[in-house]
Design a protein around this ligand. Structure first.
Ligand code: DX5
Ligand code: ZN
Length: 221
């Protein structure tokens, strides 16, 4: 069953806790925390103070997406009993193998994200370490962007690589997912779908996540 990871980036930060609680109660499986440093990506968002403020507000685990230039410096700050994944960018890691093992050393699942211009073959030597591979279907830095269809080719590649290697990483996609493309994303074999503005900016976010849940369940592989 595919999981919905709610990106709070497009949420109302003046009432973030309320929004996270209501949307998670209605069907989101993970809380996707988009951490941006203004260097790796143009914008700055938030640090561990925000994730710490959400601990215990919902029972859904955190899926931390570090869009930062030097992820090793920030990993420990996001380790807590609610953080399930810490995901770093392949493009930001000089020693990716070491960084992924560093995340695991905290007892947290590790993930690696690849930007739209990065080929999945660059992950060949870490597929057996990673717990999550995050395929960016937008150029990171903003919510509300248009889905880049070539991301689906990477999902196909990852499904084959996982089967061929008898590996167990989860395949995730992030950016521009909406009600029009969700069925295609799920049937391609995606395990975790990050959804931000299509839920947070919807007329009724709770009804929106319930609808996404229905589409995801109807297209499970
Ligand atoms: C973009 C972030 C995404 C984004 C998804 O850099 O990593 O998680 O917030 O938001 P939507 O679903 O609006 O594209
Ligand atoms: Zn993200």
């Amino acid at each position: 069953m595919a999981q919905i990871s709610l990106s709070i980036l497009s949420g109302d930060f003046s009432k973030l806790g309320e929004q996270v609680v209501s949307i998670c109660a209605a069907g989101a499986d993970l809380v996707h925390l988009d951490v941006m440093d203004g260097h790796f990506v143009p914008e700055i968002t938030f640090g561990s103070a925000v994730s710490n403020s959400l601990i215990g507000k919902t029972d859904k685990p955190f899926d931390v997406h570090l869009m930062v230039e030097t992820p090793d410096k920030f990993i420990a700050g996001f380790v807590n009993n609610q953080t399930k994944y810490i995901v770093v960018h392949q493009e930001a890691c000089i020693h990716l193998d070491r960084t992924l093992n560093f995340i695991k050393s905290f007892g947290v699942k590790c993930g690696v994200a690849i930007n739209p211009a990065t080929i999945p073959e660059t992950l060949d030597y870490v597929l057996d370490i990673a717990d999550q591979i995050l395929v960016m279907s937008v150029n990171p830095g903003y919510g509300g962007q248009k889905f880049i269809p070539s991301a689906l080719e990477k999902i196909d590649w990852l499904v084959s690589a996982r089967d061929a290697g008898r590996l167990s990483f989860k395949i995730a996609i992030d950016g521009g997912v909406n009600e029009e493309n969700l069925a295609q994303v799920i049937s391609a074999g995606t395990d975790i779908v990050v959804i931000g503005s299509a839920i947070c900016k919807a007329q009724n976010p709770v009804e929106s996540v319930e609808n996404f849940r229905r589409i995801a369940d109807a297209n499970a592989r």
